[in-house]
Write a protein that binds this ligand. Structure first.
Ligand code: PEP
Ligand code: MN
Length: 264
């Protein structure tokens, strides 16, 4: 079902007045994690002012270590839904387990599957029965075939609204957190009809690389971007402050993108 052979036309996902995969660039911006109502409200305001369409933020965080901040949970979903509604943005948040799909779907417009859960097949099956679009991140060691098979699980369950997200893969390089695989964008668009979103934040792990890799992703044909932005990145509650843009950098980047591709 994920293959272009089966479905020659591009899948276009429509959510409210935003279309994804229809030729316009969609920008999702926000913090790694929802931290407080004030934090997410202020960041939502800045995402909207910059021209973004979707507010990102994790309420449930998949942390490498069990003692790290794990996210604020369901309360974070409520905070983000309120901020999104107030500022006229759609919202996207990560869901980590099948049991939480229903509550995440109640509060968010798009559900994100993280890199570490790309092959959490019970989660993928549950998302197949859900009526919200899913952004599926590529596993950091997944081949294109494994990635598309993961998408297939969701599609096979009856949910046609799946976006593929390249977020960097693990290579021998240690300077960057991951290596953003730009080739994935055209390869996945050739093999599949699903929209392809690029994540230059996790794909590089370094703030100064987000701008060039965002532009490179657009040049490579990405249908959208998911970018971390924080009002106080040095004090963010996850380690991802180092890759988060400051609000003025985010706004300047979106201005530049207007010249490269029309925003929704
Ligand atoms: C995130 O988007 O904050 C995140 C945890 O992403 P990934 O699953 O790509 O590491
Ligand atoms: Mn993050």
């Amino acid at each position: 079902l994920a293959s272009r052979d089966f479905h020659p036309e591009n899948t276009v996902i429509r959510i409210g007045d935003v279309t994804i995969g229809g030729g316009e660039l969609v920008v999702m911006g926000g913090p790694c994690a929802v931290e407080s109502p004030e934090q997410i409200d202020e960041i939502a305001r800045l995402v909207k002012a910059a021209g973004g369409q979707v507010l990102r933020g994790g309420a449930f965080k998949p942390r490498t270590g069990p003692y790290s901040f794990q996210g604020v949970g369901v309360e974070g979903l409520v905070m983000m839904a309120e901020a999104g509604k107030k500022h006229g943005l759609l919202t996207i948040t990560e869901v980590m387990t099948p049991e939480y799909v229903d509550v995440c779907a109640e509060y968010a417009d798009i559900l994100q599957v993280g890199t570490r859960n790309m092959q959490n097949f019970d989660l993928l099956r549950k998302l197949g029965t859900c009526n919200k679009p899913v952004l599926l991140k590529r596993g950091f060691s997944a081949t294109y075939d494994e990635f598309l098979n993961a998408a297939e699980y969701i599609l096979a369950g009856g949910n046609p609204n799946v976006m593929l997200c390249e977020r960097g893969i693990r290579t021998f390089e240690t300077y960057t957190r991951n290596t953003l695989d730009l080739s994935a964008i055209p390869v996945l668009q050739n093999l599949s009809h699903l929209p392809v979103i690029s994540d230059p934040s996790h794909g590089t792990g370094r703030r100064e690389l987000v701008e060039p890799m965002t532009k490179a992703s657009v040049a490579a044909g990405a249908d959208g971007l998911i970018i971390e932005m924080h009002t106080d990145p040095d004090n963010s509650m996850t380690g991802d402050g180092v890759q988060s843009l400051f609000p003025d950098q985010f706004a300047a980047l979106l201005q530049d993108l207007e010249k490269l591709a029309p925003l929704v």
